[in-house]
Design a protein around this ligand. Structure first.
Ligand SMILES: [Zn+2]
Length: 346
């Protein structure tokens, strides 16, 4: 039988069938700057430089997909919707001033066009460049802002949290604006070549809000975004950081095909609860194991994840969250080697 391409391996898994082995996809973007000798910041304003680093990562480290990102989609959209950014010399940009400073500011929020507003076209160009080079052999994952978290970028997380108690209508209205922007962005990146849209919603984590609040404020908007992405032709995935065990069922009800779970989630428990309905993706500790650990500890952690969740398929070995910029690439190599060695189905 001919060797499976990474694309076939990942899509076979998502369909619930058994591939040749467990796919391995670290959530790595800017850490690939190490391979091209470019700093985090130098690549920030150049689609060809970003694409070159992302492609070098997949080619040289051998994992099964490319997360086409660098700066977060939250930042890109927050700026495009009217927030002021600060650009530190040695770090990724941050929101300097929120566009919404009181409930009366909702009309100050701009509705961006992904093809022309602020730095959004740069991301579209990066996706197209990576697609041209990978030609469908490797699937492309692309982050899309979870509307609840994007709302927090627009008004400040503290203000958002207070408003969930004192002014829920404001939260709904702002999240609605964020949803509209996120849907347009999702459609545009799918059109540019993204195969799997990853709605990221870190502020909706059960580490931060109750399951009841998740159901009220975050889940309906996620459902809208993921449905739009799927209609546009992509596989929907949902990424929520931190502890999400209490909301695993609710996360599934957003219609996602993939659940990206962080290291705080017990994978075997997640497998038992929702492993028949979705593909689980996770969950080696990004900081303690990938950033600070050694190839040996990474191998052990990868084996443990495989042991917990690989049986019967529907599992992708990954980091729990973003791979930090300074992560030793030897650790990523160890992770890939572990999937190749211990994740075989045949
Ligand atoms: Zn995360």
């Amino acid at each position: 039988m001919p060797k499976m391409t990474p694309f076939d391996r990942v899509m076979t898994t998502i369909r619930g069938q058994l591939p040749d082995r467990v796919p391995v996809i670290p959530q790595i973007t800017y850490a690939t700057a190490q391979l091209t000798g470019l700093g985090l910041v130098e690549a920030l304003h150049s689609a060809p430089k970003t694409a070159a680093a992302l492609l070098a990562g997949q080619r040289e480290l051998g994992y099964d997909a490319v997360y086409v990102g660098w700066e977060s989609s939250f930042n890109l959209l927050a700026e495009a919707m009217g927030c002021t950014m600060r650009f530190p010399e040695n770090d990724l940009p941050q929101v300097a001033e929120h566009v919404v400073r009181s409930p009366n500011d909702l009309d100050k929020v701009k509705m961006p066009d992904p093809h022309s507003t602020a730095r959004l076209p740069l991301r579209m160009e990066t996706v197209k460049l990576v697609k041209q080079k990978t030609q469908g052999r490797v699937p492309l994952f692309g982050y899309v802002p979870g509307p609840f978290t994007l709302a927090g970028q627009l008004c400040g997380v503290t203000q958002l949290m207070i408003a969930t108690l004192r002014n829920p209508q404001f939260v709904h209205d702002l999240t609605q604006l964020a949803t509209t922007a996120s849907v347009a962005y999702a459609k545009a990146i799918v059109e540019a070549g993204i195969d799997v849209t990853v709605a990221a919603d870190p502020t909706a984590s059960a580490s931060l809000i109750s399951p009841q609040m998740f159901a009220t404020f975050a889940a309906p908007a996620l459902r809208t975004v993921l449905h739009a992405a799927e209609t546009a032709g992509a596989v929907p995935s949902l990424h929520i950081c931190g502890q999400t065990t209490p909301i695993l069922e609710a996360m599934c009800s957003t219609g996602t095909c993939i659940l990206e779970v962080d290291h705080l989630v017990d994978l075997s428990k997640a497998k038992q609860l929702v492993g028949q309905r979705v593909t689980l993706l996770g969950n080696i500790n990004s900081t303690d194991t990938l950033l600070k650990g050694s190839p040996k500890t990474v191998t052990e952690a990868a084996k443990f994840c495989i042991h917990q969740a690989a049986a019967g398929g529907r599992f992708i070995l990954s980091s729990g969250c973003d791979v930090p910029a300074a992560t030793p690439l030897a650790n990523i190599r160890a992770m890939v080697a572990a999937a190749q060695r211990y994740g075989r189905y045949d």
